[in-house]
Design a binder for this molecule. Sequence first.
Ligand SMILES: NC(=O)c1ccc[n+]([C@@H]2O[C@H](COP(=O)([O-])OP(=O)(O)OC[C@H]3O[C@@H](n4cnc5c(N)ncnc54)[C@H](O)[C@@H]3O)[C@@H](O)[C@H]2O)c1
Length: 385
Amino acid sequence: MKSAPAYLLRCKPLPVVRIGMIGLGQRGVKTLERYADIPGTEIRALADLSEKAVENANQQLALSGRNVARTYAGPDAWREICQQEDLDLIYICTDWQWHADMAVEAMNNGKHVAVEVPLATTVEDCWRVVETAERTQRHCFMTENCCYDWFHLATLSLAETGALGVITHCEGAYIHDWRDLFHETQKEGLGFYEQSCHQGGNPYPTHAIGPIAQVLGFHRHDRMKTLVSMTGNAAGKESLLGHGNSTLITTENGVTILLQFDGTTPRPYSRLQTTCGTEGFVQKYPLAVVQTSEGLREGEHAELFMKRHLSTLGGKLWKEGHTLGVVNEMNYAMDRRLIYCLQKGLPMDIDVYDAAEWSCLSELTRRSAEAGGQPVEIPDFTISR
Ligand SMILES: NC(=O)c1ccc[n+]([C@@H]2O[C@H](COP(=O)([O-])OP(=O)(O)OC[C@H]3O[C@@H](n4cnc5c(N)ncnc54)[C@H](O)[C@@H]3O)[C@@H](O)[C@H]2O)c1
């Protein structure tokens, strides 16, 4: 019997989700702190290259009144933790180059995976993770928190009501001046942010494409077909500065998408989210703008209008987080949804195909940009290669 496609994958419900975390740097520790607010979870094991990092993380658990976890440190710690019998979910918060290997190892050991963005940096690694998820019938959820941004959740609800008509064009961006962070995560040679600036395409595409993919229903109602991409070098090819990337994508249904990335100019922070339809238009960043049959709303008026449309399950959790006064409602909604789906045995909001489709843009934008903006085909990860 053929198994269900991984985007419909339902697994045995897990009343309590027992978690092992790999990578306890800046993001890993923040994740650990967030999980103090997520019922139905136990952090049982922690792994990092550094002994100090796991000890520090255990202190955070104790400070929040939770049981301390077993700790694993050193270069083999990540493999060891994947083999632990008493874990259901391996949560990966390491540097990008490890994500795919760790996700594959965890699923091969029967664990579900939550992995920080991006899932992988190459098309080949995206395929490896998809094929492992299909073979092992395990979930691989990419923690793309921008998919739980309140404006996006409201856009999903509004699109569902038909208020936007047929969606014809979307725009997304991740524009974040990373220059202050240069050398902060440096270990050997160039640090994480500097490497990204030299990547040649869009090294960090998932914040921008994730929300768009959900509005358009990729691998359900539509899919990305082709992209063309260009990266600037006006400040000098060898300079760390100014390698902003712009990418145009077309979908099977004929929707056009513009994605932008810029980490090294003083452009103000933006996670632009634009959805343009035959009947309506919504946009966030810099200000919220909404145009429907009821007229044009901008700024606070647009925000109030959109907040009345937080009716998806994710939207309700965002509001719950707001009422509880959590530090970041979008992370709270993401964590709660991930754990809720595991507890109920439901398919994931972000499945392994999403993770692969969004992450593969990193290599594909680079290939197109290096070829002077030549069109590049985007693989369909739902069809075996
Ligand atoms: N979704 C978001 O908004 C968001 C924000 C920040 C970071 N992130 C993602 O989180 C991830 C981690 O980022 P960070 O800022 O915490 O980086 P970091 O450098 O602060 O931490 C990475 C940690 O992983 C550990 N590590 C690296 N290789 C390892 C290995 N082989 N085995 C075990 N441990 C290993 C390091 O020792 C370090 O403690 C990245 O993928 C990044 O893209 C996402």
